[in-house]
Design a protein around this ligand. Sequence first.
Ligand SMILES: [Zn+2]
Ligand SMILES: [Zn+2]
Length: 233
Amino acid sequence: MLSDVLFPPRCVGCDEVLALSHRKLGFCPYCHPRIHPVKEPLCKKCGKPLLSQEAEYCYDCRDKQHHYLQGRGVYLYDGPMKKAMYRLKYSNRRAYARVIARDAMRFHGAWLRGIRPEAIVPVPVHPNKMRLRGYNQAEVLAKALGQEMNLPVVNLVQRVADTLPQKEMSAEKRAKNLKNAFKVAKNGVKFKRILIIDDIYTTGATVDAITDVLNDWGIEEVYCLYGCIGHGY
Ligand SMILES: [Zn+2]
Ligand SMILES: [Zn+2]
């Protein structure tokens, strides 16, 4: 492809131009052994990798009731993936999304097809941030996965508040505040099952808030997929 000559594919891990032999993989020989695809055993709720099959849930999901149904992450958020996620978000490395989406299908294809989502919905950024950065990394990931899965990508949720709730607030107040930061776009089509996409999973508070908003709209089954996730032990 001409675009490969003008913009040769770069390693997702270190951003060096990839040798032809590694373009399909998306990672160079140095980074590939240093990235960790998320594999079983996993937390049955959030999808964080666990040490043993014995525990069903991670330490976090054991005492927190998440609102979404289930989540999965593609890679562990460590090693080269930390800087990779930063570049995806701030340095316009949108091409990484294709590699991540391909790996999402490789590692979680059965799960992704099994949940039968009707549409993919990116976690939105506030219009101010969109103006500043020019794109939403979650939407870029969503589009790449939409292509892999042949599913529509719908910007169904909008971010209406730019700032996130304060740490000093009570957990309850924070959750309510976060929910108010999102709203369903008015032209929202009726769906039953949605897959939310974000770059990194941390506490799950954002997807929980978005799930609440979607539930209010009548969308009952909300799943989520992340580029990266921490471990659950
Ligand atoms: Zn590399
Ligand atoms: Zn969990």
